[in-house]
Write a protein that binds this ligand. Structure first.
Ligand code: NAG
Ligand code: NAG
Ligand code: NAG
Ligand code: NAG
Ligand code: NAG
Ligand code: NAG
Ligand code: NAG
Ligand code: NAG
Ligand code: NAG
Ligand code: NAG
Ligand code: NAG
Ligand code: NAG
Length: 403
């Protein structure tokens, strides 16, 4: 299918009008907004999705602007995706929340809102793959796979079924574990997982949380790694995984949580930072097809559950090991040319000053967006959207997420 015609329609677009409360239906809203003509045309090519959205209630649509879709169109991404049955539909579903969230309901504490993307080909997060919504530098950011961060440029366009926020780029469907590890340059962990035959367990188990030591963390315990049997290494890696709970930074709470394969992990959320045992989360909330991954600065030791704290200045070394000269497990693993930077680098895995509630891990309400009824505007500054390739929309080379 070709999408070249999308922009022919833009010339005929009507000027943007302020929406009356909720008397405008989605069809009229899209037709009447000059920034959304490309989306309107794209939707018309997918009547199943368009019809479902037109009939839905209590939804939030993150609507890519004409410029955002034009970028994806010119790069050939959309026509590439359209050749894969169901891929464009999945991408569109990932742009829609099953709840109505106004901009005023989004704060500096990240919220993780389920989308309508539930197709198991693309996600094994129960209840729908999520997007992260948070205020960054005063504007509303929507963060998706591989930490793709787009801005809400026009918030709070009401319609009968909910609300539309215009965004300046397309969202990225979170990829599988292997692609995420590669993109985040977590090549030691990637090699270790492959060496211990945990690939299948990590990529097919739904609803997991992975605490992922970075390369420096593995190198720091080089002397200990050298003597591990495959079974011991596998047990250590399993100790870095929570099975059955997708624990986003703002849904973690202080306390103990069982790890895959036995043993407990001590979670400490303090001064906006998150620690698992004594390891510090240095890049939180990298979304996965089947859960979430947090990068940590040291390798955990089974049942060394000493809690971390924000006064720690150097990474913990529970193995009392000495550093190796090379990063272990990386021979044969393709080295990454990019790495995913933490969105906010200093003291704010969650949000500065954030204090976790005391309910059980994974069930607190702070990480869930509030459906605020007021609709004050806090639009982010428009950012230049780089060219969007098909791979970027799906987090990697494979359109259907896998290892
Ligand atoms: C959108 O709807 C919300 C909730 O009903 C309302 O508070 C807000 O004023 C509406 N916004 C506009 C621009 O009409
Ligand atoms: C949407 O609203 C327009 C204008 O009021 C109306 O003509 C149209 O039939 C409505 N569409 C649906 C699906 O309700
Ligand atoms: C939307 O609702 C109308 C009227 O109830 C129905 O005829 C139509 O099939 C629905 N469309 C979808 C895609 O659910
Ligand atoms: C929409 O959401 C409101 C508030 O969360 C809820 O009270 C209402 O029942 C929902 N309506 C539908 C049709 O789901
Ligand atoms: C799920 O995605 C696959 C691959 O894109 C597609 O073939 C299938 O129709 C989708 N299933 C549903 C229920 O949409
Ligand atoms: C989700 O799980 C199913 C069943 O195990 C599997 O076939 C599918 O590939 C998984 N999806 C993803 C995106 O990993
Ligand atoms: C539309 O707005 C009215 C008045 O604010 C409200 O009572 C009603 O629940 C809203 N309906 C929907 C579907 O949002
Ligand atoms: C690797 O794990 C799979 C299941 O995850 C299992 O079927 C297979 O036997 C394992 N292979 C080895 C060599 O342990
Ligand atoms: C995760 O937990 C489920 C449910 O308890 C269990 O069936 C599954 O085997 C576990 N996965 C792994 C990799 O141990
Ligand atoms: C590793 O094994 C070698 C050879 O058995 C031994 O000399 C060394 O002390 C071991 N290192 C550690 C940290 O256990
Ligand atoms: C893990 O914690 C639970 C509940 O606090 C406790 O019952 C269990 O004994 C602990 N397991 C280990 C291996 O320490
Ligand atoms: C990836 O990690 C390796 C080993 O730690 C490092 O040498 C390299 O610079 C990193 N690549 C990027 C793009 O950060």
């Amino acid at each position: 299918m070709q999408f070249k015609y999308i922009f022919g329609a833009a010339a005929a677009a009507v000027a943007v009008k302020a929406q009356e409360a909720n008397s405008t239906n989605l069809t009229s809203l899209l037709a009447g907004n000059s920034e959304l003509s490309a989306l309107n045309t794209l939707l018309s090519a997918y009547p199943d999705v368009a019809g479902a959205l037109a009939n839905a209630t209590n939804i939030t649509i993150f609507a890519p602007s004409n410029i955002a879709l034009q970028s994806a169109n010119e790069s050939g991404a959309l026509s590439t995706l359209s050749a894969v049955g169901g891929a464009v539909q999945a991408l569109l579903q990932y742009h829609v929340l099953g709840s109505t969230i106004y901009a005023s309901g989004i704060s500096e504490t990240p919220a993780f809102a389920p989308t309508l993307l539930t197709n198991e080909t693309y996600t094994n997060v129960t209840g729908g793959q999520v997007v992260e919504a948070r205020v960054v530098d005063g504007g509303v950011s929507i963060i998706s796979g591989l930490k793709n961060n787009v801005s809400v440029t026009t918030p709070n366009l009401n319609f009968t079924g909910g609300v539309v926020h215009i965004i300046d780029g397309l969202l990225t469907i979170p990829p599988g574990v292997g692609e995420a590890l590669t993109a985040a340059n977590l090549t030691a962990l990637l090699g270790a997982v492959e060496a211990t035959n945990l690939t299948s367990a990590l990529s097919t188990t739904p609803d997991i949380t992975i605490f992922a030591p970075n390369n420096a963390a593995f190198q720091a315990i080089g002397s200990a790694v050298a003597n591990l049997t495959v079974e011991q290494a596998a047990a250590i890696l399993e100790y870095h995984v929570i099975n059955g709970t997708v624990a986003y930074s703002s849904t973690l709470t202080n306390g103990s949580v069982p790890a895959l394969g036995g043993g407990n992990l001590t979670i400490t959320v303090t001064d906006g930072e998150v620690f698992v045992n004594q390891a510090r989360v240095i890049n939180a909330d990298i979304l996965l097809a089947n859960g979430v991954l947090h990068v940590i600065d040291s390798v955990l030791k089974i049942n060394d559950t000493t809690a971390g704290n924000s006064t720690q200045t150097v990474p913990a070394n529970p193995y009392s090991a000495s550093a190796g000269t090379e990063v272990p497990y990386t021979s044969g693993v393709a080295s990454a040319t990019t790495t995913i930077a933490a969105l906010v680098t200093s003291n704010s895995a969650v949000a500065s000053g954030y204090v976790a509630p005391t309910d059980a891990v994974g069930v607190n309400s702070a990480g869930k967006p509030s459906a605020s009824a007021s609709a004050s505007s806090s639009a982010g500054a428009a950012a230049v959207t780089a060219g969007v390739g098909a791979a970027a929309l799906f987090g990697g080379a494979a359109f259907i997420a896998g290892w």
